[in-house]
Write a protein that binds this ligand. Structure first.
Ligand SMILES: C[S@@+](CC[C@H](N)C(=O)[O-])C[C@H]1O[C@@H](n2cnc3c(N)ncnc32)[C@H](O)[C@@H]1O
Length: 269
């Protein structure tokens, strides 16, 4: 991503989450009253159009539905978890505000985090850590978290949502190694990924246009072994279609058509 600018994709997914109330009935799986606050100036003309119409069909509808699925699946993990939460690549994720009552550590790129804090301030129970996953040593992140009150001896849920496509494989491996260090028994890593084969040239071009090209994606068949080789045990891996079948009414599940997206859960091996 661009060094000096907040993440555009973080703004896009936050706004998509914020548009949930305008999705067709049955599509609202996770409320995010903060999402639209992160709209960038270039989105405003689009947001002035009738929102129900905007989200009835087409690419935006699919994206908004996928955001509901992944947000809800991860929200459920947060709600079920007793312990601290680390948001790795937090972006404009407002779970600390939406699901209060836990200690949150939000780790993100400095420019993105500055914008987040300018919009929502410092919510109670949140510690912010500015970190570039590509250029700063991930091996030093556990100590940084500890200096801010993270207790590695207690279980941690790490949420890594919408981040893996944007990192190099080296940064992915270093991130998982760091998660391993701060994850005592009972900890979990919940993450999303987009299969490499589903990263179409059209979608690639769109993310490259905003300066955040996709760089990585597992194949679901290789994920368990990859995780095992990095000290983690894969507990579950749900595809877009499986999540849609579980959480959406059939009429909306049929509209998703955004294949190759996954929400997965792992624990220290
Ligand atoms: C698509 S956004 C997802 C944000 C958030 N997790 C969510 O789902 O709303 C990708 C996030 O990854 C972060 N990111 C990408 N590359 C990064 C890097 N090299 N170092 C730190 N953060 C990075 C961006 O700042 C951004 O917040």
């Amino acid at each position: 991503m661009r060094e000096d600018r907040p993440s555009e994709t973080a703004a896009i997914v936050a706004v998509m989450r914020g548009l949930a109330p305008w999705l067709p009935e049955g599509g609202q799986l996770a409320e995010d009253p903060y999402g639209l606050r992160f709209a960038r100036p270039w989105m405003r003309p689009l947001l002035k159009l009738p929102r129900r119409m905007l989200l009835s069909r087409g690419m935006l509808a699919r994206l908004a539905l996928w955001m509901q699925l992944r947000t809800r699946a991860l929200d459920d993990y947060v709600k079920a978890f007793r312990g601290q939460v680390v948001l790795l690549g937090a972006g404009f994720d407002c779970r600390a505000l939406r699901l209060p009552g836990k200690v949150f550590f939000e780790v993100d790129h400095p420019a993105t985090q500055r914008r987040k804090r300018a919009v929502v301030g410092t919510p109670e129970g949140v510690q912010f850590v500015s970190w570039n996953f590509e250029s700063q040593p991930m091996s030093e992140l556990p100590a940084k978290l500890a200096s801010l009150g993270h207790v590695a001896a207690r279980p941690t849920l790490t949420i890594w949502e919408g981040v893996t496509p944007f990192l190099s494989e080296a940064a992915i491996a270093a991130s998982v190694a760091a998660v391993r260090v701060w994850s005592s028994p009972g900890s979990q890593l919940a993450f999303t990924y987009i299969e490499r084969r589903a990263q179409t040239p059209f979608q690639q071009a769109l993310v490259a246009l905003v300066g955040e090209p996709w760089r990585f994606g597992w194949h679901p068949d290789e994920l368990p072994a990859w995780m095992a080789a990095h000290g983690m045990k894969l507990l579950s891996d749900e595809s877009d279609a499986e999540l849609a079948a579980r959480l959406l009414p059939p009429s909306l599940a049929a509209r998703l058509r955004l294949p190759g997206r996954h929400v997965a859960l792992a624990e220290p091996a």
